[in-house]
Structure formats: C-alpha cells, structure tokens
Write a protein that binds this ligand. Structure first.
Ligand SMILES: *[C@@H]1O[C@H](CO)[C@@H](O)[C@H](O)[C@H]1NC(C)=O
Ligand SMILES: *[C@@H]1O[C@H](CO)[C@@H](O)[C@H](O)[C@H]1NC(C)=O
Ligand SMILES: *[C@@H]1O[C@H](CO)[C@@H](O)[C@H](O)[C@H]1NC(C)=O
Ligand SMILES: *[C@@H]1O[C@H](CO)[C@@H](O)[C@H](O)[C@H]1NC(C)=O
Ligand SMILES: *[C@@H]1O[C@H](CO)[C@@H](O)[C@H](O)[C@H]1NC(C)=O
Ligand SMILES: *[C@@H]1O[C@H](CO)[C@@H](O)[C@H](O)[C@H]1NC(C)=O
Ligand SMILES: *[C@@H]1O[C@H](CO)[C@@H](O)[C@H](O)[C@H]1NC(C)=O
Ligand SMILES: *[C@@H]1O[C@H](CO)[C@@H](O)[C@H](O)[C@H]1NC(C)=O
Ligand SMILES: *[C@@H]1O[C@H](CO)[C@@H](O)[C@H](O)[C@H]1NC(C)=O
Ligand SMILES: *[C@@H]1O[C@H](CO)[C@@H](O)[C@H](O)[C@H]1NC(C)=O
Ligand SMILES: *[C@@H]1O[C@H](CO)[C@@H](O)[C@H](O)[C@H]1NC(C)=O
Ligand SMILES: *[C@@H]1O[C@H](CO)[C@@H](O)[C@H](O)[C@H]1NC(C)=O
Length: 450
C-alpha cells in the first residue's frame, strides 16, 4: 500500500471513529468498563489536585466547588459499578480534604460563598460512600455517615419559618445573591438526604423531616403532585412570600425529589411514597426526547451554563437509585438509560483525545461542546445502565459499616447565619474586604477631585 492510500484509510478510520464515539455495547461489560475508563480520564483532565500548586478535591476554573462534590459522587459510582479501584484513594482523599474543620463540608475557603445546595452535593456524595460501603476513613478522620448527618443537621438548623411558611433559603449567608430566594435544589436536597438517612439509620426522625419538607414544598407549589404531571419547579422570592414560583424545571431537581421518594417508599412501605415515586418517575418523561435525556430548559437553545451542563449526571444517578429501590420503575428507567447511554457514547468522539463528550446526545456524534459537565453526564448515564446488577444501597442493617452520630455538626461554627460570628481567620478575610472597599472609595474620591 502506498502512502496516499494509507492516508485515505486513516482519514476514513478517523471519520468512522468521529461518528461512532466510544465503543459501547450494553451487553458487554468489558465495553462498559473501557468506555467508563476513557470518560473518567477525560473527567480527571480537569482535576486541579493533579497539578502543581492545585488543591485536592477541586477542579480547575470555571468549575465551582459544588460541582466537584458532584464529580466525586460520580467517581464513587465508577468505583462501585465497575469495581475498578484505581481511583479509590484519590476519591477518598478528595472527599476528606474538603470536609472543613467542623467536618460538615463548610471548608474555610468556601465558607463565605457556599450555598445550601453546594453543601448538600458533598453531603450526598458522603451518603453514597456510606451506602456503598466505600473504604472507611481512619478513626481519626470523620466517617461517611457522620459527614452526611452533619450536612443534614446544619442544613436543617437553617429551616426558616419566617417567610413562605418554612423552607431553606438558597444561600447560607446574607451577603450572597440568592439569600432571599427559597428554591427547590436546597430543599429537595435536604428532603433527599432525610430519606436516605432514614433508611440507612432506621431513625424515624428523618422521616418526620422528610414529611415536613415535602408538605411545605407542595404547599407553596414549589413541587406539584398531580395526575398526570408531577413537577419540580425552581423557587420563589421571600419578598412576595413565595407566591410567584419560577417555573423552570431542571433534571437534577426532579431527580432529588424522585429518588428521595423512592428511598422513603422502600423504607416505610407506605403507598403514598410509592405513588409519589411512580408519579415523579413518569413525569420525568419531559426530560427525554425519543428516550434520550436532555436538559430541556436550556439545551435546545444551547444556552446551558457551566453548572447546568452537569445536572444530567446527578439525575442519571438518582434514576439508577430509584430503579434499585422501587422495582416497578425499572422498565421505564432502564429503557431511558439504555437509549441515553448509546446516544451519550456516540457524542463522546470529540477533542484531541478523540473521546471528549458533547452535550446533545441526539446528534449522532460530537456536537462541538465539551467540559466537565458533559464528561460526567455521559459517565453517569453509561454507568447506571449497569446498576441493577449491583447490590442496592446498604443500610446499617444490611452491610453498611459507616458510623455516625445523630448530633453530628451541632458544634459547627457556621451552623446558621444568626449565630455566625466573624472570628479568627474569617476576620482576616473581612479585613481584606474592608481594605479593598476603602481603597476603592479613596481612589474614586481622587478621581472625582481630578
Ligand atoms: C466486548 O468488548 C470488548 C472491548 O470493546 C471487545 O474486545 C470484545 O470483543 C467484546 N466482546 C464481545 C463478545 O463482543
Ligand atoms: C481500571 O481503571 C483504569 C483507569 O481508568 C484503567 O486504566 C484500567 O484498565 C481499568 N481496569 C480494568 C480491569 O478495567
Ligand atoms: C490506597 O492507599 C493505601 C494506603 O496508602 C494502600 O494501602 C492501598 O493499597 C491503596 N488502595 C488502592 C486500591 O490503591
Ligand atoms: C484553601 O485554599 C488554599 C489556597 O489556595 C489551599 O492551599 C488549601 O489547600 C485550600 N483548602 C481547601 C480545604 O480547599
Ligand atoms: C406566607 O406563606 C405561608 C405558606 O403558604 C402562609 O402560611 C403565610 O400565611 C403567608 N404569610 C403571609 C404574610 O402572607
Ligand atoms: C448500627 O448498628 C450497630 C450494630 O450493628 C449499632 O451498634 C449502631 O448503633 C447502629 N448505628 C446506627 C447509626 O444506627
Ligand atoms: C417493609 O416491607 C419489607 C418487605 O415486606 C419488610 O421487610 C420491612 O420490615 C417493612 N418495613 C416496615 C418499616 O414496615
Ligand atoms: C395510590 O395510588 C392508587 C392508584 O392510583 C390509589 O388507589 C391509592 O389511593 C393511592 N394511595 C395513596 C396513599 O395515595
Ligand atoms: C428530538 O430529537 C430529534 C432527533 O432525534 C430532533 O430532530 C429534535 O429536534 C429533538 N427535539 C428536541 C426538543 O430536542
Ligand atoms: C437495557 O439494555 C440491556 C442490555 O442490552 C438489556 O438487557 C435490557 O433489557 C435493556 N432494558 C430495557 C428496559 O430496555
Ligand atoms: C464492607 O466493608 C468492610 C470493610 O472493608 C468489609 O469487611 C465488608 O465485607 C463489606 N461489606 C459488604 C456488604 O460489602
Ligand atoms: C434520631 O435523630 C434525631 C435527630 O438527629 C436525634 O435527636 C435522635 O437522638 C436520634 N435517635 C436515635 C435513637 O438515634
């Protein structure tokens, strides 16, 4: 074969791989494991902890701390579903490095900007670690269950009856945008954790909390429970007592509520939770186009922001958990995951590595988009096609070995805004802020005089 022919062949080979994406055959475990390994590689390309001077647990800009919590949750799924422990220590180290001094996922570096939802996504990762019997930290370190309980307790302590009849605000701190907004992601995440902690520990106090949060969300119409559509909307402002709910629907919010109901259905055996599970499950069809998952609120216009581009990853994970816990959802969920995984794998054919994932899984190839979100969306949806061959989440009674404490987090300094005193190291930050403000006032004064 001459050189020209070789070039032509290699061109067609590339073209083929471009259209095909990562090889995926849902009946072939090896192909699933190989595809997942490639997607993990692409995910960790964004990891800061590998880079000189980088911080353990963090991903490079523009990926926020909360999304890192989402990624480590996906890495736990990678370990659990493929059984590959190459990144076990890496994942464990990241989850432990970011716990903060009070072991509640409010690390100092985030402590002035962190929202309830941000804290929750790390708490959810810790909960998964407990439920999957992930390698336990040493006795001098916080345990997975403890961390999940600390996140739950500190969040629950921020419950605010003053406006909208209850609920969590989006933000923890009054100086952050969104402090006056009560939204689904914060409240649904607390509900979701309540359901999982109830099932894991057998402590019915968490069921009481789940009921309280769910009823409140229904009451202000943050969520609806109707035949045929049960939806999860975005949030409401306290200025109008949450009477004007922003109607955006996001996959991860639907997933938080859906899987929360599924945990409660399995744990309590109550028909009401079973019915709710079935209802949020079937209404999830609004996020599928010919059974292919898409972020309906932004994707068709191609204007999903960095955060939103990762939502489908968590939704896929929550669908997998739901299918494990409430078998009647399995046919529908698995047919969605199967079709979406095929589309996602086709989209993972871009970039210089040839397996960078795109955003539109109906495109039949790579659509030119890329990022950490695209990478973990595809990873979670592909992994979760295999979830039914795995044990369902363990509890303290069925194989889980993580330990905790019902009052974890109660000594936290940043438990709620009312009791927050700026002390010690925080003061340095506040001082810097004052100095910067002062300097800019002086400078604008000089500018005015001139
Ligand atoms: C399964 O996938 C692997 C990796 O892609 C491939 O080498 C193998 O031939 C496949 N097995 C079958 C039975 O198709
Ligand atoms: C385990 O994961 C690593 C990194 O993704 C990969 O290189 C290796 O091939 C995987 N092992 C198996 C048995 O799939
Ligand atoms: C994780 O690290 C520990 C301690 O360094 C080591 O003993 C263990 O083999 C590592 N596990 C894996 C799966 O790499
Ligand atoms: C906080 O930020 C500093 C400076 O970037 C870094 O050295 C440290 O590791 C960070 N700590 C955490 C828990 O992220
Ligand atoms: C605000 O909304 C809550 C919940 O719907 C309601 O109980 C309360 O009466 C309302 N408060 C005002 C001042 O309208
Ligand atoms: C878990 O079970 C053990 C006994 O198997 C018990 O000692 C422990 O208190 C339980 N923990 C929780 C959180 O219920
Ligand atoms: C729920 O039903 C299962 C299976 O029938 C049973 O093992 C379990 O004890 C029940 N749980 C409760 C809280 O009644
Ligand atoms: C659950 O749904 C069934 C069928 O729609 C209905 O008959 C039953 O009353 C519902 N139960 C509860 C507790 O909502
Ligand atoms: C659904 O997918 C088809 C291709 O399969 C595409 O033509 C259509 O535009 C998609 N619809 C939406 C709402 O994305
Ligand atoms: C999903 O794909 C697997 C593997 O091909 C298959 O065994 C299973 O029946 C499919 N499930 C559904 C609901 O389509
Ligand atoms: C959980 O992990 C412990 C410690 O590694 C192990 O001894 C135990 O067998 C595991 N349990 C299950 C159900 O995998
Ligand atoms: C159950 O949880 C609540 C709230 O965290 C706690 O106050 C209570 O002591 C716990 N009960 C048991 C038996 O652990």
């Amino acid at each position: 074969m001459n050189f020209k022919a070789l070039l032509i062949v290699s061109f067609f080979l590339q073209l083929f791989s471009l259209v095909k994406g990562v090889y995926l055959n849902l009946n072939n475990d090896t192909s699933i494991n190989n595809a997942a390994a490639l997607l993990v590689q692409g995910t960790l390309d964004y990891y800061e902890g590998y880079q000189y001077g980088g911080t353990i647990g963090m991903f490079q800009e523009p990926y926020y701390w909360w999304e890192a919590g989402g990624v480590w949750g996906a890495m736990l799924d990678y370990w659990y579903i493929t059984g590959n422990d190459t990144f076990l220590n890496l994942t464990k180290e990241a989850l432990l490095y970011q716990t903060g001094d009070d072991w509640d996922y409010i690390p100092l570096n985030q402590s002035t900007v962190e929202g309830n939802d941000d804290q929750a996504f790390w708490g959810i990762a810790a909960m998964s670690a407990a439920e999957r019997n992930f390698s336990n930290p040493s006795s001098s370190e916080p345990q997975w269950l403890y961390l999940a309980q600390a996140v739950f307790n500190t969040m629950a302590s921020r419950w605010d009856d003053k406006y909208c009849g209850g609920g969590l605000r989006w933000q923890i701190f009054s100086w952050n945008n969104g402090y006056d907004y009560k939204n689904s992601v914060s409240n649904a995440a607390l509900f979701h954790l309540a359901g999982r902690l109830a099932r894991y520990t057998g402590n019915t106090t968490y069921v009481d909390w789940a009921n309280k949060i769910f009823d409140w969300m229904i009451d202000i119409k943050l969520i609806t429970l109707d035949d045929p559509w049960s939806f999860v909307y975005d949030g409401g402002e306290i200025s109008d007592n949450c009477t004007d709910i922003v109607q955006y629907q996001w996959t991860y919010n639907q997933g938080l509520v859906l899987a929360g109901c599924a945990y409660l259905a399995e744990y309590t055996n109550e028909t009401s939770w079973y019915n709710r599970t079935m209802s949020y499950m079937s209404s999830s069809s609004v996020f599928f186009n010919n059974s292919i998952l898409y972020e309906a609120a932004c994707q068709t216009k191609y204007n999903c922001n960095t955060d939103q581009r990762s939502f489908r990853a968590y939704f896929a994970r929550f669908l997998g958990l739901t299918a494990q816990l409430v078998p009647d959802t399995q046919d529908q969920i698995m047919s969605w995951l199967n079709a979406s995984a095929i589309g996602a794998a086709e989209s993972c054919s871009g970039g210089t590595d040839g397996h960078t994932c795109g955003i539109n899984w109906s495109y039949g190839g790579w659509d030119g988009w890329y990022g950490l979100g695209e990478q973990i969306d595809a990873l979670e949806v592909i992994l979760n096609t295999q979830i039914l061959s795995k044990d369902k989440p363990y509890t303290n009674y069925t194989g889980g070995t993580s330990t905790g404490s019902a009052d974890a987090g109660s000594k936290s300094t940043a438990t709620n805004v009312a009791s927050l005193n700026i002390t010690g190291k925080d003061k340095a930050g506040a001082g810097v802020l004052t100095a910067v403000l002062g300097l800019s006032l002086v400078l604008s004064g000089i500018w005015l005089i001139m």
